[in-house]
Design a binder for this molecule. Structure first.
Ligand code: ISL
Length: 545
C-alpha cells in the first residue's frame, strides 16, 4: 500500500500532460534484444530510450512483460507482479523506469483485468475442485444434458469456437472470451476486485505513470449471461459486451488511480465498434481518461471516410468533455502502411503504383495522425515506415494470426539488424524481420534527413513549437475531392493541414492556402519555396496561416 497520499488536503490542479503527449507503444518481444535470445527484453528497451527521447516522444505504453506461458504472448498473465524471465527481472524493470523518467519520458504499462492465464495459481486452484478457495474467481457453468455450451458467445481468435471450454477436473464449463488458455475472471466476486486493485497499487507504488487497460469494457457481464443476438453471430463476444455494471467498476479503478500523486493516467482499450459506445466509458470525467478510437483506426485511406470519422469523433466526444485519441497501428492489426497497400490492391491498384504510393501514403498518414485534435499513439516501427513482416504459414505463432505487425524492429544495417541471425548456432529472432530492413532501419534513417524517421521527428518538434497543434480547436475545411483539409486554431496561432489522399496532383485555392501563409512541413520533406499551387499525389502539407 502506498502511504504518501493518504490525507487529501487541497486538491491538486489536474495536469493535462496526457492530453499534450505523444505516446509510443512498445511491444517488448519485438523492440530490442539485449541478450541475443531472439526475443526483445526490458534491458533492450532501456538501452534505446535515448533514441526515443531524441525522436521527441513524451510517453511510452509498454505491452505486457509479466510472467506468462505466452499462449497470447503476454496477454495471458500467470503473475501480475513479476517480470517474465524472457524479459528480464524486476531490477531490469526498475532500471528501465528510472532511466525513462530521467529522460523525461512517462511510462504506462498494460494491465489485463478480464482474464488470467490458465496457469495462474488462482486458476490452477479454482479448476481443481468445485469447493476450491478460488472457484468463484472465474465463471463456471454446469454442463447441460445435450452437451452444448452455456450460451452462444463466440471467442476471439477462433470465430468458429465457443467462448467456453470444459475443464476436465470438474467437468464444468469455464468462460474465456479469448483463447481457452485465458479464463475470464469473475468481477462479481469482491475478492477478484480487491486482488486486481492490489495489482494496480503494486505498480503505482513502483512509480508507473498509469495503465493501458486491456479490454476494460469486458469486466462486467450480465449475470444471466444471455445469448448474443443471432444477427451478430460471427462477431466475438468481446466486441459486443457492453454492460452498465462495468461503469461502476471503471469508476472505482479511476478513483484508485487518481488517489496517487502526479497525475497517473488510465487509458482504456474499449474494443467496441462505434465511437458512441466507446465514448460512454469516459463517464462524466470519472471513468477512463482516454480510450482508443477503433473506428478511426479502421478508416481506409479516403478523404470522405476520414472526414466523417473526424466529424463523428468531435460530435460525440467534445460535448462530454472527453479527450480523443488517434491510432493507426498497433500489435493487433496490420500496420497502416501495409493495410492501405492491401486495400488499394483489392480495389485494383497495380503493383507498380502500390510500390510508388506506399511510403508516400504512410508519410501523409503520419501528418494526419500527429495533427488531429487528441492524443496520438504511435506503434513502434511506424516511424521507420515499416511494412508488416511476411509470415509463411509455418511461421504463424499467434492464436489470432497477428504476427505480421509484430516483426522485430530493425536497428542497423548489420546482417541481423541488431537481432541474432539464426546462423552459426545463434538464436533466430522469434519472428522474421520486416521487408526492406537492410535500409529501412534506425541507423540508416537517422543518417538520411529526408527519411520517414526525420519526418516523425519534425512532426513531434512542430507539435512542441505550435500549441495550436496540441490544444487548439479543429475545424474541417471545404476541399477538392479526395483532399482532407482542416485547421487547428487557438490564441497561439492557426495551422492548415491539407492531405491529398489520391494519386493525382490537385489544385489548391486561396481559401486553403491564404496569401502570406507559409508551408512549415511537407510529408515528402520537400522544401517548397513560396506557396505551391498544387498538392502532390498522397502529399500532406502543414501551413502556418
Ligand atoms: O486482435 C484483434 C483483432 O485482430 C482484436 O479482436 C483483439 O483481440 C482485441 O482488440 C483485444 O485485444 C487485446 O486483448 C487481447 C490480446 O490478444 C490483444 O493483443 C490485446 O490488445 C486479449 O488479451
Amino acid at each position: 500500500m502506498h502511504e504518501d497520499n493518504s490525507g487529501s488536503e487541497t486538491p491538486r490542479p489536474a495536469s493535462r500532460w496526457w492530453r499534450e503527449a505523444v505516446f509510443y507503444q512498445i511491444y517488448p518481444r519485438s523492440f530490442a534484444d539485449s541478450n541475443g535470445d531472439g526475443v526483445g527484453d526490458l534491458e533492450g528497451i532501456r538501452a534505446h530510450l535515448g533514441e526515443l527521447a531524441w525522436l521527441g516522444i513524451d510517453a511510452l505504453w509498454i505491452s505486457p512483460f509479466y510472467r506468462s506461458p505466452m499462449a497470447d504472448f503476454g496477454y495471458d498473465v500467470s503473475d501480475y507482479c513479476d517480470v517474465d524471465p524472457i524479459f528480464g527481472d524486476m531490477a531490469a524493470f526498475d532500471a528501465m523506469l528510472a532511466e525513462a523518467h530521467a529522460l523525461g519520458l512517462r511510462v504506462i504499462i498494460d494491465w489485463v483485468p478480464n482474464h488470467t492465464s490458465d496457469q495462474h495459481p488462482w486458476f490452477l486452484d479454482a479448476a481443481s475442485a468445485k469447493s476450491a478457495e478460488h472457484r468463484n474467481w472465474y465463471v463456471w457453468r454446469e454442463p447441460d444434458e445435450d452437451g452444448t455450451p452455456p450460451n452462444n458467445w463466440v471467442a476471439a481468435f477462433d470465430l468458429t469456437a465457443p467462448a467456453w471450454s470444459v475443464h476436465p477436473d470438474t467437468g464444468e464449463w469455464y468462460l474465456h472470451l479469448f483463447d481457452p488458455a485465458q479464463p475470464d475472471l469473475n468481477w462479481d466476486e469482491p475478492a477478484v476486485v480487491e486482488a486486481m486493485h492490489d495489482v494496480l497499487r503494486f505498480w503505482l507504488d513502483r512509480g508507473v505513470d498509469g495503465f493501458r487497460a486491456d479490454v476494460l469494457h469486458t469486466i462486467g457481464k450480465f449475470p444471466e449471461l444471455p445469448d448474443d443476438p443471432p444477427a451478430v453471430a460471427g462477431i466475438p463476444h468481446c466486441a459486443l459486451n457492453d454492460v452498465p455494471v462495468t461503469h461502476e467498476r471503471v469508476r472505482a479503478i479511476r478513483s484508485l488511480v487518481d488517489s496517487y500523486p502526479d497525475d497517473r493516467v488510465l487509458v482504456g482499450e474499449i474494443y467496441l465498434m462505434t465511437t458512441q459506445a466507446i465514448a460512454s466509458y469516459y463517464g462524466d470525467g470519472d471513468e477512463v481518461h482516454m480510450a482508443f478510437n477503433f473506428p478511426a483506426l479502421y478508416s481506409p485511406w479516403s478523404a470522405d471516410r476520414w472526414r466523417s470519422s473526424i466529424e463523428e469523433t468531435e460530435a460525440t466526444l467534445d460535448p462530454r468533455g472527453a479527450w480523443p485519441t488517434w491510432v493507426l497501428s498497433n500489435h493487433d492489426n496490420p500496420r497502416h502502411r501495409t493495410r492501405y497497400d492491401l486495400a488499394a490492391q483489392r480495389r485494383g491498384e497495380d503493383a507498380a503504383t502500390t510500390a510508388r504510393r506506399s511510403e508516400a501514403r504512410a508519410r501523409a498518414a503520419a501528418v494526419l495522425l500527429l495533427t488531429l485534435r487528441g492524443t496520438p499513439f504511435l506503434y513502434q516501427g511506424e516511424e521507420l515506415g515499416l511494412l508488416d513482416s511476411e509470415i509463411a504459414p509455418g511461421q504463424v505463432v499467434d492464436p489470432g494470426g497477428r504476427d505480421g505487425c509484430r516483426g522485430p524492429l530493425p536497428w542497423d544495417g548489420t546482417e541481423g539488424c541488431g537481432w541474432p541471425t539464426g546462423t552459426n548456432g545463434n538464436a533466430a529472432p522469434w519472428l522474421p524481420l520486416p521487408p526492406e530492413a537492410g535500409f529501412r532501419n534506425r541507423v540508416a534513417q537517422q543518417e538520411d534527413p529526408g527519411s520517414t524517421l526525420h519526418l516523425y521527428r519534425r512532426l513531434l518538434a512542430l507539435r512542441k513549437a505550435h500549441p495550436e497543434l496540441r490544444e487548439g480547436d479543429l475545424s474541417l475545411l471545404n476541399a477538392p475531392d479526395g483532399v482532407l483539409a482542416f485547421s487547428r486554431h487557438s490564441d497561439a496561432g492557426i495551422c492548415h493541414i491539407l492531405i491529398n489522399m489520391t494519386n493525382e496532383s490537385t489544385e489548391i485555392d486561396e481559401s486553403l492556402m491564404p496569401l502570406g501563409a507559409t508551408v512549415i512541413l511537407a510529408s515528402d520533406m520537400a522544401d517548397p519555396r513560396g506557396l505551391p499551387a498544387h498538392l502532390g499525389p498522397d502529399q500532406a502539407l502543414i501551413l502556418s496561416v
